[in-house]
Write a protein that binds this ligand. Structure first.
Ligand code: GLU
Length: 477
């Protein structure tokens, strides 16, 4: 086979959906692993679904995620145009060729006639009515300005088989294939026609796409055969589900790449997770960098069965990527989340130090640290802790001593504050927890918080720390 050429052919209908991004990722990985080229084509012939700005989102997402295409509308290449609507004349040229060879025909049937056709198994099938029109009659009607479409003339007997790299041999009885429309009455091609013409003219020899196209592919293969073109290799991918019953769907506004970024997921974690939606490496590793994906990706690892988009697993993977960021990289990435909420009034480096290992997404930062600004009366049963042997009575005794120690701390930082608390425990001859637990509860009013008493006190600053201790002590009296 000549050089491998795969493509990603999204329709510009909005944000880049997770399913689309997975197609792009697998096509990219497969091409690159095999020394091939990865090509972007924009499929914009369905003008009704076109969304302004969607093309830019596609370019941006692919560049951002490192899925850099070798050829495409904004980077050029020798097989253009890379935007479907710019190839309009060619579709008509090949449709006419198919008419000449008897593989397609003009159809003038009215909407009313089509609607009056009997339904078979719930679906109306075109009955080849216009196939019998003579060439002269067709020419006369076209010359008279009658509206027409061009339909594919499907064989009525026999079957069509092809091999899919994931799903194996797929065979369809030709009698099941409808004479689908190739050219619409507005002169534009349907997807069903354009994808074949485009893929051939762009030298695409490996078509990777969602399973929803598996059963239409025999129709496309008949077009390749009719035009005397070599069929590409096919790799169809399993569906991505929202749950056992429902597909994750762009139309329902389910997860898109940009949504996930806004929710605080990292690009690398998203790509890593998407790679696992329908594929797994032989060694079952889950956390993989882009380079590792490149090294491990293999078509034999693509599953046939649907995969479920699991936000919890994505969040878990994201937390691993967050933990391994350098403090500088974390601070830089976290800045918008910190600057856009009450946290902007706190020491950013301290906030980052406290939170980096304790979040799964960046969006959690705001909620997890809300106790830094929200503090009020709380239930004194929070002081109960069997393991640390504390309760409200212990707290009542310890907290004034904590306050004294803190008041005397010269350098207000975590290390000195922590040392003060440990010193107090030693002086009292009790375990550290008996001081640390009530101190943290008194400062936050919460059973669980990121960080311990000294880290929190450092962030709150001396006067707020002492104010909170005073208020908690007062509550116990
Ligand atoms: N434009 C089609 C889609 O977005 C592409 C299908 C294909 O890859 O052939 O679903």
């Amino acid at each position: 086979m000549s050089q491998l050429r795969t493509r990603f052919a999204p329709s510009p209908t909005g944000y880049l959906h997770i399913g689309g991004l997975r197609t792009a990722l697998y096509s990219y990985l497969y091409a690159k692993k095999n020394g091939g080229k990865f090509i972007l084509r924009i499929e914009d012939t369905d003008q009704g679904r076109y969304v302004e700005g969607a093309v830019e989102i596609i370019y941006r997402t692919l560049h951002e995620t490192g899925l850099n295409y070798d050829e495409g509308p904004d980077v050029g290449g020798d097989y253009g145009p890379y935007i479907q609507s710019q190839r309009a004349n060619e579709y008509m040229f090949y449709a006419k060729k198919l008419v000449e060879s008897g593989h397609a025909y003009y159809c003038f049937c009215s909407e009313e006639r089509l609607e009056s056709l009997p339904a078979v198994n719930g679906a109306r099938r075109y009955d080849k009515h216009c196939l019998s029109l003579s060439k002269e009659e067709v020419e006369k009607r076209i010359a008279a300005g009658e509206k027409f479409v061009i339909r594919q003339n499907m064989p009525t007997e026999g079957s069509t088989t092809y091999h899919d790299a994931v799903y194996g041999d797929i065979t369809i009885d030709n009698s099941e294939l409808e004479d689908q429309i190739l050219i619409k009455s507005d002169g534009m091609p349907t997807y069903n026609f354009a994808n074949v013409i485009d893929d051939h003219l762009m030298g695409i020899n490996c078509v990777m796409r969602g399973i929803e196209y598996l059963s239409s592919t025999p129709k496309y293969n008949l077009l390749y055969d009719a035009l005397g073109w070599e069929r590409p290799m096919y790799i169809h991918m399993p569906p991505i589900m929202k749950d056992a019953q429902h597909k994750l769907s762009k139309r329902n506004g389910d997860a898109s790449y940009e949504d996930l970024i806004v929710k605080g997921f990292l690009k690398d974690a998203i790509i890593n997770y998407i790679a696992l939606l329908g594929w797994s490496p032989k060694d079952d590793t889950e956390k993989m960098s882009f380079d590792e994906l490149l090294a491990k990706f293999d078509v034999s690892g693509i599953n046939k069965s649907p995969s479920i988009f699991d936000p919890l697993k994505l969040a878990w993977l994201n937390s691993l990527y967050i933990k391994e960021m350098s403090p500088e990289a974390f601070a830089e990435y976290a800045t918008p989340w910190i600057d856009n909420c009450y946290l902007k009034n706190f020491d950013k480096a301290l906030v980052c130090k406290l939170i980096q290992s304790r979040i799964e997404t960046f969006a959690e930062i705001e909620d997890k640290l809300r106790f830094l600004v929200d503090f009020g009366a709380f239930d004194s049963s929070l002081y109960d802790n069997q393991k640390q042997k504390t309760d409200a009575t212990v707290a009542k005794e310890i907290l004034p001593l904590v306050r004294d120690k803190f008041d005397k701390v010269k350098t207000w930082d975590n290390q000195h504050l922590y040392e003060a608390l440990i010193e107090l425990a030693q002086e009292l001859g009790v375990k550290n927890g008996k001081v640390l637990w009530p101190a943290r509860i008194a400062l936050t009013g919460l059973a669980a918080t990121p960080g311990g008493a000294s880290e929190i006190a450092e962030l709150l600053g001396k006067s707020e720390t002492l104010r909170r201790l005073d208020s908690s002590i007062a509550q116990l009296n």
